[in-house]
Design a protein around this ligand. Structure first.
Ligand SMILES: NC(=O)c1ccc[n+]([C@@H]2O[C@H](COP(=O)([O-])OP(=O)(O)OC[C@H]3O[C@@H](n4cnc5c(N)ncnc54)[C@H](OP(=O)(O)O)[C@@H]3O)[C@@H](O)[C@H]2O)c1
Length: 142
């Protein structure tokens, strides 16, 4: 199985690179190999690699900067995953995308479930939330 791993240089991505390796051929991209802000390059890369699984661990994680650097944060945390979802659907590939638990306000008394109502506690979470991904083909996202 061919796996396209994005954000391979980050905290999560480095661990995923190691743990995904036994599952197949991992094509690991860090920012120097693929800038997720470049939607055309991202699309082209997926179409060239034709992975069975896309794992997206890339994210704009500078919480404070995301309060003001809205365009960049939206490009990485909302638009790029949307492109990945579209391309995964077209290919028949699976997509695993990691978001942030900041979309929840922390007031719960049990572990969060996917369907729980969101209440973003900062701009990064707002940008990563459902209202900024209306065009994602939900069926393609795991
Ligand atoms: N780590 C955790 O415990 C944890 C917990 C809950 C959720 N998550 C979620 O998991 C995801 C990854 O978190 P993390 O902790 O691994 O964060 P991280 O260490 O900051 O890694 C994020 C990676 O994304 C890359 N990136 C940022 N902008 C990019 C761009 N334009 N093009 C390509 N790559 C880009 C960064 O590259 P540069 O280094 O070059 O900037 C970095 O390698 C996030 O969505 C986060 O909310 C993580």
């Amino acid at each position: 199985m061919k796996i396209l791993l994005l954000g391979a240089g980050g905290q999560l991505g480095r661990e995923l690179k190691r743990s995904l390796a036994p599952l197949g051929e991992v094509v690991a991209c860090d920012r120097s190999r693929l800038d997720l802000a470049d939607a055309d390059a991202l699309r082209q890369r997926v179409r060239t690699e034709r992975p069975a699984l896309i794992v997206n661990a890339a994210a704009y994680t500078a919480v404070d900067k995301a309060e003001t650097d809205t365009a960049s944060a939206l490009a990485i945390n909302a638009h790029a995953p949307g492109v990945l979802a579209e391309e995964a659907k077209a290919l028949g590939a699976r997509l695993i995308h990691y978001s942030t638990d900041y979309v929840f306000d922390g007031s719960g008394v049990r572990p969060w479930r996917e369907g729980d109502a969101v209440a973003p506690i900062n701009a990064m979470a707002e940008q990563s939330g459902p209202e900024n991904r209306p065009s994602w083909p939900a069926a393609a996202v795991t």
